[in-house]
Design a protein around this ligand. Sequence first.
Ligand SMILES: [Ca+2]
Length: 431
Amino acid sequence: MKLATWCCLSSAVLAAYSCLVAANNDTEEIKDQTAKDACPVRLESRGKCEQGGECPYQVNLPPLTIQLPKQFGRMEEVFKEVQNLKEIVSSLKKCCQDSKLQADDNRDPGTGDPGEEDDNRVTELESEVNKLSSDLKNAKKEIDVLQGRLEKLNLVNMNNVENYVDSKVANLTFVVNSLDGKCSKCPSQEQIQSRPVQHLIYKDCSEYYTIGKRSSETYRVTPDPKNSSFEVYCDMETMGGGWTVLQARLDGSTNFNKTWQDYKAGFGNIRKEFWLGNDKIHLLTKSNEMILRIDLEDFNGVKLYALYDEFYVANEFLKYRLHVGNYNGTAGDALRFSKHYNHDMKFFTTPDRDNDRYPSGNCGHFYSSGWWFDACLSANLNGKYYHQKYRGVRNGIFWGTWPGMSEAQPGGYKSSFKKAKMMIRPKHFKP
Ligand SMILES: [Ca+2]
């Protein structure tokens, strides 16, 4: 800014000087009136020259007006800012001085020996802090290691412990059976053959069938000796009999819109409509390789079935995950309908417990039932019981491969089932 101003001033002076030179040349005789008007600076001789040619001269300068740039006004602001900065710097300086004084004060306790004692205390504290910090680090490492081990144990142990206990029980059974042959007064071979097979416990309906039970009834089974026994309904007629029934629908007398706890424990009337219970289904399927049979009957009296050569329901820890494999039958493989609708290896979901593969909602809530929902279903035997065709949400009993079942128009009538039944039997059972 200052430099610019100086330039303006100097150029004005230069201009004046050049006018002055021009005026000097024409001192005696000013011919060009225009030039005279154009240059307001006048140099004139005053009075008589002294001896030696020293003449008095006079320069007339008109009042000088300099146009300053508009930004010139901001100079004031800049000055103010500089002033403020100065104040800030000086206050910071003071702060620094204060801090320094305080630091000095701290170092100087005022009483007793200055410095040394506190320095020692600080060193002591520092080493204590360092020790604590390294202790913390060690503890964190230990926690990490323990956490890793715990996670492994969680995954491995549940199954391992169960398998271990199972194998122990199997060993004991074998020992008890083999002791039979070592009794001092062995019964004759004939006696053994004529005597009915004595079971202390019956794991499922097939074992009742084996000992000669032929009426479809309720029986008490103990699939796992570590767990208590419970009542089941046995189908002793269908396809050779020996079936343990897990689920039945026939008249809509039982509501299947139930909670996780209900599905866990089972509900309904096992002589009519019911869900046996996920814990029981798990125990039944883990003690033996099981096959699943599903029987369906529509309101036109059409009866079809689906048979799965592999059927397993995991424990609650694994959210009762379903496994079905090797389909056979007439109703179609609706449980493994397609790549996008597949109930195999899916967790159990209830209206109050979302374990399904549908990200923006709960299939159990939407379809009013507990089931191994995917996102959401190609089959659901726990849907609402409709006594005839229905409209709206497809929340009825559903089997996607049923003839004509999936062809219903959106908003049109949907068909349901009159009867549905799920039952299991050991894979190697021979009726
Ligand atoms: Ca969901």
